[in-house]
Ligand binder design. Structure first.
Ligand code: ATP
Ligand code: MG
Length: 267
């Protein structure tokens, strides 16, 4: 249920994270392959954001260690991009759209920190990819929620990182934009980038992700979507709450998610 990979791009060993001495993530052990679109799936409060924050060094671990590209975070920070969950961002911060996207270039700028023409081009190109170039001079406080989210995605794209962590990038984004962005992320993974996305819509999981991390305070499963995103694993991850998610409940009843037995036969 927990697939180990060779030459992992992310390796998490025995990770426990606590807030005020109360653990919210227990003993997580996982390794992730390069060049995949990976979903982190689990109910509210499961520790999905906490896991990403721990990997990004934003909160301390109680125990365990994390390696990225087989190295410590400090050595590879410039190769990693992080899109925080929307609610955790101060949108009243006075900055224009293009300024926010250019922040994604700071790690790549030289000593004097003035964006060059090439940086502005990358920033504009990133805005174009999320269809926000027309808003480039608008203050971020004056955007709709979904538009703000798209600007944040553009900032991440402008970083031209190798490894991306995105915490609910589709929250508040309309369906058409979501499809466009997934296509973009897919193309990035085809070029060898690794993209790790916290995602809540269970129905689109098999279509979007080729690897899933199933989390509920501990790691329930991690592996290829086909063999990991099973009704048993979903039940274990969501417990009784799954019956409340009626659409998924229906899908499970119809047997649209492969069960573990079926997958084993197939393999
Ligand atoms: N700064 C904090 N101080 C104390 N407890 C926290 C803090 N941040 C998160 N928690 C708790 O840690 C647990 C995991 O939170 P986390 O934000 O990682 O969940 P999540 O899986 O991202 O949920 P969601 O789907 O709602 O975003 C929750 O019980 C939450 O209440
Ligand atoms: Mg979260």
């Amino acid at each position: 249920m927990i697939s180990q990979v060779e030459n992992p791009i992310v390796e998490i060993h025995d990770l426990t994270v606590s807030y005020d001495k109360k653990p919210v993530l227990w003993d997580v052990d996982l390794s992730l392959p390069k060049g995949h679109l990976i979903g982190i799936i689990g109910p509210n409060g499961a520790g999905k954001s906490t896991l990403i924050k721990a990997v990004m060094g934003l909160i301390p671990n109680s125990s365990g260690y994390i390696k990225l590209f087989d190295q410590d975070l400090d050595k590879v920070r410039g190769r990693i991009s992080y899109v925080p969950q929307r609610e955790s961002v101060d949108w009243d911060f006075p900055a224009s759209v293009i300024d926010v996207v250019l922040m994604g270039r700071y790690g790549k700028l030289g000593l004097f920190k003035r964006p060059r023409k090439a940086d502005i081009e990358v920033a504009m190109d990133s805005l174009r990819k999320v269809d926000m170039e027309a808003f480039k001079d608008r203050q971020i406080s004056q955007l709709s929620g979904g538009q703000q989210q798209r600007v944040f995605l553009a900032r991440a794209l402008a970083q031209q990182a190798d490894l991306y962590f995105m915490d609910e990038p589709f929250a508040g984004v309309d369906a058409a934009t979501e499809k466009t962005i997934i296509k973009l992320l897919r193309e990035m993974t085809e070029r060898g980038n690794t993209v790790i996305v916290v995602h809540h819509d269970l129905q689109s999981v098999p279509q979007y992700f080729d690897w899933v991390i199933m989390l509920n305070m501990r790691l329930v499963a991690s592996g290829p979507t086909e063999s990991t995103f099973t009704s048993e694993v979903l039940q274990e991850t969501y417990g009784g709450k799954l019956t409340l998610l009626s659409e998924v409940g229906n899908l499970l009843k119809q047997g649209r998610f492969p069960s573990r037995e079926q997958t084993e036969v197939k393999n």
